[in-house]
Each structure stands twice: as C-alpha cells, then as structure tokens.
Design a protein around this ligand. Structure first.
Ligand SMILES: C[S@@+](CC[C@H](N)C(=O)[O-])C[C@H]1O[C@@H](n2cnc3c(N)ncnc32)[C@H](O)[C@@H]1O
Length: 350
C-alpha cells in the first residue's frame, strides 16, 4: 500500500548550497511594530504584489517610503487582505516602526498583536464573536499550546508519524521544486516546522500561520529561545479557509498534522490551491482511518456525525485526499504511508 519517494534527500544535503542563517539578534518585527500606535502615521506602499486580481491602486495620499527595510517589505508584499485579497499597505510611526496593516482597497485595518499580524476576517469586530469547531478551539487554549511540543506532538508516533526529522526530510524531498521561494507553514502550531524551514535556509520567506493566538505566542517564544532570526519569517494569524495571500503568490504550502483539525478540508484545500502559483506544491501530513479497509463503509456513515459534534475531520482515506486535491486543481498526487500516518504532495496544475 505504501508508496515510496523517488530520491529522498536529507535536510543537510538539501540545505548544502545555502548557508545556514546565523543568530541574528535584530528585534522581532512584530515587537518593534507594536510601539507608538498613537503617534501620527507616515504611510508607505508595499510593492511587488503580483496577483491577477490585486489591481487596486494605492491611495493617492500615499508615498513610497524608501527606508522600509527590504526584508520587511518582502514579507508584507506577500500578504493580502483576507476580505478582498488586495495588497496591504503598512503604516509606520515617526520612529519608523511599522504598526498596523491596512487594505489598499477596502481600507480594513489589521492590527499588530506584538507576536503576529492578525489577518483574520473578523478582527476588529467588537460585538461579533465566532466559535470554531471544538478541535480548533482546543488548540487555542494556553495549556495545549504550552504542552504541544512538550509531549503532545510526540504522541503522534502511536499513529505512525515517524518523528520530526523524518517528516521534515520527506517534506523537503517533495518540496524540492519550490526551494528558494516562499513557503507557508499552514497551521504551524508552535512553529516546530517553521523553525526547521528557517534554519535550513532553503526558503527566501517562511510564513508561520495558525488560527491559535496562543500557538503563535508559543512559536515566538521558541524563536526567541533558539535565537532564530526573524528576517525571513512572518508570523500570521489566519483561518485556513480564508488565506491572506494573493492568487498564485505562494510557492509552497506545508501543512503538518493539520487537515484533520480543519473545519472544512475542502474549503482549505481550495484556498491553498488559489494561493499556490502554477507548479507550486502542497505537502501535508495527517491521520487517515482506512487501516482496516472493511471498516471504510462504516466510517463513511459515521463520519458526518463525528464531524458535526467534534469538528474533527478524520476518517478520510488516501483515495479521498487525492480526489479532493484533484477537485481543487492539484495534480500529481504522491504519498507515503505508515499505519494511519500519511504524508502526501500535490502540485498546482499549470
Ligand atoms: C495538530 S496541530 C499541528 C501543528 C504542526 N503543524 C505540527 O506539525 O505538529 C494543528 C494546528 O491546526 C490549527 N488549526 C485548527 N483550525 C485551524 C484553522 N481553521 N485555521 C488555521 N489553523 C487551524 C491549530 O491551531 C493547531 O495549531
């Protein structure tokens, strides 16, 4: 049943042509960005936006701010308003610190939350609040975020997950055509893979994205502890079903141990397909529940009830993942299996 990868490469081999990044101690962009919110804002336009639908011009009163650091400009140029998918414009205060982001088209303001940019649709609403399915809410708690890399994630080995090193190695082999570009670590949790992607030096930008505020805080904590430079890293809070990126702007999406937690795998995969450039690659690992094939019809009957109650979208099979990818325009489906663990890759059709 298991498929094998053609030529697996080790992370060290894959990283060889790229010098590992040193311990750059520059201030974290989001910490710096939170200061002096009340100060009068100077405005700058974030360039290099290449979406076919991102046609809105920047407001007339804006001027190009030459002092924006190139790394920050690159990061922000990859982000888009999750409502209209148009480019975001940053505002900096008099000291030059970047604070909130604003959509160049609908003018919605996305606040800076110190540890991350909050690019969720409902951010800023005062009366409305939305609950996600139980599994998503569970990962928002401080306790689970704290425990995640302190035992919780390690337990996945009982489901067949081979461990971070092997998972990373397999992922990099699948991701090879996208090396040098921008990768989104979708549902990054506490950032275990985001850190590996940054440390490998294989990508020009790593976007660590999750819906959980506490996971992102934990992620920042680990980055600080490990003195990992934030130069090529952006931390973003977003819903997987409403990604804050422009059409075709992302080279790779990695989603480790996450699909079973997503409220709608179909909406999420469709959204991932939207943001991937042609030839861009999705690599995802998750649990499948087809280890006992005769049980599949029963699982199919029970699945909607379990999902409705728990929000937990398990019980997908590898055939269903392939089908879903294909339905969303992702082709060349490949996978490896071990027990209920699957890691698959699919490529955005040209
Ligand atoms: C099991 S963790 C996976 C963490 C990490 N990628 C890994 O490989 O261990 C699942 C993650 O999915 C995130 N998640 C759940 N619902 C989400 C949503 N709607 N949008 C984005 N992330 C979501 C959770 O916050 C959690 O961090």
């Amino acid at each position: 049943m298991a498929a094998t990868l053609g030529t697996a490469i080790t992370p060290a081999e894959a990283a060889a042509p790229f010098a590992p990044r040193g311990n750059n101690r520059r201030p974290r962009h989001l910490v710096a960005a939170s200061r002096s919110q009340a100060a009068p804002a100077r405005r700058f336009v974030l360039r290099a936006c290449a979406s076919p639908i991102a046609t809105a011009d920047a407001p007339d009163e804006t001027v190009t701010e030459p002092s924006v650091e190139p790394a920050l400009e690159t990061k922000l140029s990859k982000l888009a308003c999750p409502i209209c998918y148009c480019p975001l414009v940053g505002a900096s205060d008099q000291s030059g610190d970047t604070s909130s982001l604003e959509c160049s088209s609908c003018k919605k303001v996305y606040p800076n939350k110190q540890d991350y940019w909050d690019l969720t649709v409902a951010v800023g609403s005062t009366e409305y609040s939305e609950s996600m399915p139980a599994i998503t809410e569970l990962f928002r708690t401080p306790l689970v975020s704290f425990l995640y890399e302190r035992g919780w994630r390690q337990n996945f080995k009982w489901g067949g997950f081979p461990g971070l090193e092997r998972e990373f190695e397999t992922a990099i082999a699948y991701l090879k055509p996208t090396i040098g570009g921008t990768i989104v670590d979708a549902s990054c949790g506490s950032g275990l893979f985001s850190r590996l992607f940054v440390k490998s030096g294989l990508y020009s930008l790593v976007v660590a994205l999750d819906f959980s505020e506490n996971m992102l805080k934990q992620c920042n904590e680990y980055l600080r502890q490990e003195s990992i430079s934030d130069e090529r890293l952006a931390l973003v809070r977003a819903d997987i079903s409403r990604l804050p990126f422009m059409n075709g702007s992302i080279d790779a999406v990695y989603a480790g141990a996450a699909i079973h937690c997503w409220p709608s795998p179909a909406c999420a995969v469709a959204e991932i397909s939207r943001v991937l450039r042609p030839g861009g690659v999705l690599v995802a690992s998750t649990f499948v529940a087809d280890v006992i094939p005769p049980a599949i019809p029963l699982l199919r009957i029970g699945r909607p009830y379990v999902s409705q109650i728990t929000g937990y979208n398990t019980f997908l099979s590898e055939v269903e993942f392939e089908d879903l990818c294909k339905a969303c325009g992702l082709v060349d489906f490949k996978f490896v299996r071990n027990g209920s663990y699957i890691m698959f890759s699919a490529t955005k059709a040209n």
